[in-house]
Design a binder for this molecule. Structure first.
Ligand code: ZN
Length: 83
């Protein structure tokens, strides 16, 4: 084996072990072959959008009391008062 092939082999094993480690961090389960795939991302996109867009109710407008999402604009969208 040439040194270049040896390097590539070692590097590929190193990358593979890093991927395995990341996969095993998920509740100690076996690496999920679907993890990070286009299919799994498509399946979880809707849940992620719900999570992002759902009002968390943590903040309320000081003026009118409207519940404001934490990621929203710095002013109340009902009365325009800065929060
Ligand atoms: Zn308001």
């Amino acid at each position: 084996m040439t040194s270049a092939k040896l390097f590539v082999t070692k590097r590929a094993k190193s990358v593979a072990s890093e991927v395995d480690t990341a996969g095993n961090d998920r509740d100690g389960a076996e690496p999920d072959p679907e993890f990070g795939s286009v299919e799994s991302i498509r399946e979880t996109t809707e849940a992620a959008i719900d999570e992002i867009t759902a009002p968390d109710g943590d903040q309320e407008c000081l003026h009118c009391g409207l519940s404001l999402p934490a990621a929203g604009p710095p002013v109340c969208h009902r009365c325009g008062v800065a929060r």
